[in-house]
Design a protein around this ligand. Structure first.
Ligand code: ATP
Ligand code: SF4
Ligand code: MG
Length: 452
């Protein structure tokens, strides 16, 4: 974190990096023939990402494995071409640079990776590794000068100048990461993209690397994009945080705001999953446990991508039961939609205990296993609907089961939520969160209301 910033990056300069509608889809296929036959699948790794990174701040990106964090980093640095969208660096379109400007961008934006050893060539000495970027960018008039700069960088990251003669495997994981940081700094970058730079390190070494990055940021006025899946690391280092889920940003806020007043149900669930020693009984009871696996980015859920796991999914207006009952029914719908229920395995399990298993027994067992609350909690007509769905599942008629259950269990969250600002610099994509001031009301209309 930059100590000159108050958390939240109160900076008036234009952003160093501005990303608008950034999208990256991968086409996944077993070969050319698959592509030709139209069997290729599209991986929605990144969709419509908007963000701004201010000069001198540490911008954190957090989310579960596979949510697109590395794809974001790699697309920003040009390892991947964007499928759609714009990356503006110092007001220039970085997706459309060539010649001198492209070279400058590649010098200004450097990256460090999770596994330092695999990013360092094992056959090259540290001196050769550190000199290579300088040679590529014509920095330094002679080999001696480049070697001197390499030694200065090693000192800067807490290593010894004579380490230039050693090879990467002769260092510990923390020291290897220091070498990777030194290599990134040889070009005096303006933006450092750090993709899980401490995830592979012991906790005590993590703290040292984080401190090193903070010190370097202050010394060199670096801007840092810091990716992590560990919320405590993000809380420690970031000024602002974007929370990603299935390729999209769910919430973006100053760090203190995000941790103290999270608005998005996904952020709340991530925070509630962090182990805490002093949690009292009530807090422990209220912890949100996310059920179900993260859906595949090949076929992400429609509307709000979190709706298949969201504990706060919104029932339709006509729903007369509780939200908890709706959520449980929607969980069953998701399992039926994903064809996750195995009636044959259920029959086998039941027959291992009892010789005379009836279809009714199997239906009841399906509902016991796949409906998170008791079927008896629902009105009679919904109970009947559940049993009819279970019958279709037993018959292998998934499409009939799917269309029957979605008659009742359809949510407004299957529509894409607009991004709203519940407070300044805080954006959230959730239908439960309201714009403040509410849409259509400007500051001046609020003044008029108050005065009238
Ligand atoms: N080159 C590629 N080709 C096809 N799919 C890819 C490629 N790179 C990433 N993906 C897919 O894109 C999605 C996002 O991957 P990404 O590596 O960006 O996630 P991540 O958030 O960095 O995960 P992790 O925390 O595990 O590093 C994943 O489903 C991944 O399998
Ligand atoms: S839009 Fe609906 S499903 Fe998505 S986070 Fe908000 S409440 Fe949950
Ligand atoms: Mg990654």
């Amino acid at each position: 974190m930059n100590s000159d910033l108050n958390r939240g990056g109160q900076i008036s300069d234009p952003p160093l990096l501005k990303v608008e509608g950034l999208t990256k889809h991968f086409i996944q296929s077993d070969g050319l023939l698959d592509r030709f036959l139209g069997n290729a699948e599209t991986v929605h790794a990144l969709d419509n990402v908007d963000l701004e990174i201010n000069k001198g701040e540490t911008f954190g990106v957090v989310g579960e494995s596979g949510c697109g964090k590395s794809t974001l980093a790699r697309t920003l640095i040009g390892i991947h071409d964007a499928t759609e969208g714009q990356i503006k660096y110092s007001d220039r379109d970085a997706t459309d640079l060539s010649g001198k400007q492209l070279k400058e961008y590649r010098k200004d934006v450097q990256m460090i990776f999770q596994d330092p050893l695999s990013s360092l060539n094992p056959r090259q000495s540290v001196g050769t590794i550190l000199k290579a970027p300088m040679e590529a960018h014509d920095i330094g008039d002679s080999d001696e000068e480049r070697m001197k700069r390499a030694k200065d960088q090693l000192r800067r990251v807490g290593l010894e100048p004579n380490h230039v003669a050693r090879y990467p495997h002769q260092f510990s994981g923390g020291q290897q990461q220091r070498i990777a940081i030194a290599r990134a700094l040889t070009l005096e970058p303006k933006l450092l993209i750090a993709d899980e730079p401490v995830s592979a390190l012991d906790v005590s070494v993590q703290a040292q690397i984080l401190e090193l990055l903070q010190g370097l940021q202050d010394e060199l006025e670096l801007t840092i994009l810091f990716i992590a899946h560990d919320l405590s690391v993000i809380r420690y280092i970031a000024d602002r945080v974007a929370v990603m889920y299935l390729g999209e940003i769910m919430e973006l806020a100053p760090t203190s705001k995000l941790f103290e007043e999270p608005k998005h149900p996904y952020t709340k669930a991530l925070l509630s999953a962090v182990p805490r020693i002093n949690r009292d009984v009530r807090e422990e009871r209220d912890r949100t446990i996310l059920r179900g696996a993260v859906p595949s980015p090949i076929d992400p859920p429609s509307g709000c991508r979190f709706h298949t796991r969201c504990p706060e999914i919104i029932p339709p207006e006509k729903w007369s039961g509780t939200q908890e009952e709706f959520k449980a029914g929607f969980d069953l719908r998701t399992r039926i939609h994903n064809e996750e229920i195995d009636p044959k395995a259920i029959r086998t399990r039941l027959e291992a205990k009892n010789e005379n298993v009836t279809e009714k027994d199997i239906k009841e067992q399906i509902l016991r296993e796949s409906l998170p609350i008791q079927v008896g909690a629902y009105p009679k007509e919904i109970q009947d609907q559940f049993y009819r769905c279970a019958s279709h599942v037993i018959d292998g008629d998934w499409s009939e089961a799917q269309s029957l259950i979605q008659d009742t269990f359809t949510s407004p969250c299957q529509q894409k939520p607009e991004r709203v600002e519940p407070s300044p610099k805080h954006t959230v994509a959730c239908l439960r969160v309201e714009q403040n001031p509410p849409a259509g009301r400007t500051d001046s209309s609020l003044v008029t209301d108050r005065n009238s």
